[in-house]
Design a binder for this molecule. Structure first.
Ligand code: SAM
Length: 247
């Protein structure tokens, strides 16, 4: 059963205010995805965990036919209120299943969302189902933290994090290396009330992701150090991995 995090159910109408990344980061994400789409066969794109449409809507504005899957209708309801939001074809469901009609030139998942799949089995299944939905030569693009950087950036106690609308947000993160899981708890001060949001992740190192991809018949085409398209190297704190279904 899909467990939809509380930010997506109870606080979907506040998600953009509190959790959406800065505009420059979204622009870089959309630019790199558009560039990758130009190197893929012609065809539609599919976003896993499409949310409120931060990435999908600007891609659609640039002329791409974008589809999406999300477990939270509440998030998709927000997307539908935005310009162009009614035009996208979206399935409500678990993106581990990739239960969405059609074949795609590129499937992508952004903003650390792949690690919201709760187990290695779910992540493996997602790779396998994506591979079945890709056109020959099609791409699967995902972003992810590096486990070492995650550990290094996790201070003791609560850390202030920036919210899009300036509401104060504190985050505590607990990492459980034995199960490759971490849990982020957010406390948002919203008009004098504290709101609590918990998100659980199952993380994997790049090598494990590459093995999951290989098991699904996909091969690593390239890996960037971030959405700006820079090199992946020892200073990287995360990566954008581009897998390809051989033509
Ligand atoms: C962090 S938000 C990111 C939204 C969007 N991709 C973006 O970059 O702004 C993650 C989204 O994935 C959805 N989600 C999380 N786990 C899911 C699952 N197993 N199946 C489908 N949707 C899921 C949540 O409901 C939420 O809308």
């Amino acid at each position: 059963m899909t467990t939809v995090p509380r930010y997506a159910t109870d606080f979907a109408d506040r998600y953009d205010d509190w959790f959406t990344p800065p505009a420059a980061s979204t622009r870089a994400t959309v630019d790199l995805l558009a560039k990758l789409a130009r190197s893929a066969p012609p065809g539609p794109l599919l976003e896993l965990g499409i949310g409120t449409g931060r990435v999908a809507l600007p891609l659609a504005e640039r002329g791409h036919q974008v589809h999406g899957i999300d477990a939270a209708k509440t998030m998709v309801d927000q997307l539908r209120t935005k310009p162009g939001g009614e035009q996208l074809t979206i399935s409500i469901g678990d993106f581990a299943e990739v239960d969405h009609d059609g074949e795609f030139a590129m499937v992508y998942v952004a903003n650390g969302t792949f690690f919201e799949l709760a187990s290695q089995q779910d992540q493996l299944r997602c790779f396998a189902r994506v591979a079945r939905r890709l056109l020959p030569g099609g791409l699967f693009v995902l972003d992810a933290h590096l486990p070492e950087a995650l550990a290094a950036n996790t201070g003791a106690g609560a850390q202030p994090v920036e919210s899009a609308n300036g509401d104060p947000v504190l985050r505590t993160r607990r990492i459980h290396p034995a199960s490759q899981r971490y849990i982020s708890d957010y406390l948002v001060l919203d008009e004098g009330m504290f709101r609590h949001v918990r998100v659980a992740f199952r993380y994997a190192a790049p090598g494990e992701l590459d093995l999951m991809a290989a098991a699904a018949g996909l091969r690593l085409r390239e890996r960037f150090g971030g959405w700006s398209g820079g090199a992946f190297n020892d200073s990287s704190s995360g990566h954008i991995s581009v897998y390809e279904l051989p033509a």
